[in-house]
Design a binder for this molecule. Sequence first.
Ligand code: PA5
Length: 456
Amino acid sequence: MMEEGKYNMDKVMFDYANAEGFVQKDAIESMKEAALSAKQTLVGKSGAGNDYLGWLDLPVDYDKDEFKRIIAAAERIKSDSEVFVVIGIGGSYLGARAAIEFLRHGFYNNVSKDIRKTPEIYYVGHNISSSYISGLIQVIGDRDFSVNVISKSGTTTESAIAFRIFKEMLESKYGKEGAAKRIYATTDKERGALKKLADDSGYETFVVPDDVGGRYSVLTAVGLLPIAVSGADITALMEGAAAMRKTCLEKDYYDNPAVMYAVLRNILYNNGKSVEIIANYEPSMHYISEWWKQLYGESEGKDHKGLFPASVDLTTDLHSMGQFIQDGARIMFETVIEIDDDECPIKMTEEPDNMDGLNYLSGLTLDAINKNAMKGTRIAHIDGGVPNLLVKVKDKSEYSLGELFYFFEFACGVSGYILGVNPFNQPGVEDYKRNMFALLGKPGYEKEKEALLSRI
Ligand code: PA5
């Protein structure tokens, strides 16, 4: 069965042929029963965390009226704002940033408005850094801007602090009423401080569905509004996700790419690999890796179990982390995400004096050079004892990205159930908050504060 190794779909393909030397002959067949039972637990909504499975059907079952409102709000923001500020953290931020940078590029904000045609987009509320926030205030200057504050709970400290600051900026610039027209709140449909504030102040609101957790929320208004403001086609994004959903639900075992990915991760984990490194060869995929790390880290890292999800940007990090991957402790496997299509065919030219010795590359596109670097690196890593999985994405289109998001989400659910954890909670995230609240003197945390102060 291992010989097959490749599973072609529309736009996203999973290939594990280069991990086969690292897994026992019958390992995949042996995991079949557990994996299909994990898949059934997921789609039958019968396992731990089953209150949070709304994302499974989102691509085909979403609020069409809200979807239209998202598109209309995005048009309004594009027409009245030079800058769009997205406030959120974790699952309330990473998906949007991942999509926007994947679909456009890392210089999105730096190209001229004539080329970009949409507002500059900045992210805040994902740290508590005063210099980061003052830097952003300087960037906005006296230009017109709007804010999308995103928080499912409506109480997250980092994003609430940032929102207070940017709300005050908007109110002093446009007055309370004017500011209210430039604030878009994405939150719970009825609970939380943000929902109350939004209703009282007359902000337009969008909903994070009850049954969708933060890290699975990119295809709700959480991701869709910022993505639409960047000019992307969110209908195509949903269509891609719907196509992958069909594949994930309908395909059985060997021909189900998400199930195969989940299986390979668990086999490698059981074989002593404790780290999965996701590797990209395109800087515009940096935040796809960040989104993926949150998805897998928060979903699987619990009960003292789980692969540690790490990432490298290549070839950049071959000059830093490359040594460790090639030759350090053999604790990891690598999952490469490759974008198939060369959308920007810059070619190497021939120089008469060939002083830099690069004429052997003349006529090649940079993409061809990059792909050869990738192939060479994958083989070197395999030879160095690092199993290699490949996720191949056809192009940088919205449709392909929709497939990619859904592929990783579905695989994560199956993988978590195979591992034996609840992939849809995050109890560990609360511990730092309790200490932070106590140290900051939040009412109700007085006892904890005393205990903490004696320790640091
Ligand atoms: O995935 C998650 O649940 C978390 O990362 C949340 O998205 C993050 O903590 C932000 O929470 P909230 O949207 O409630 O502000």
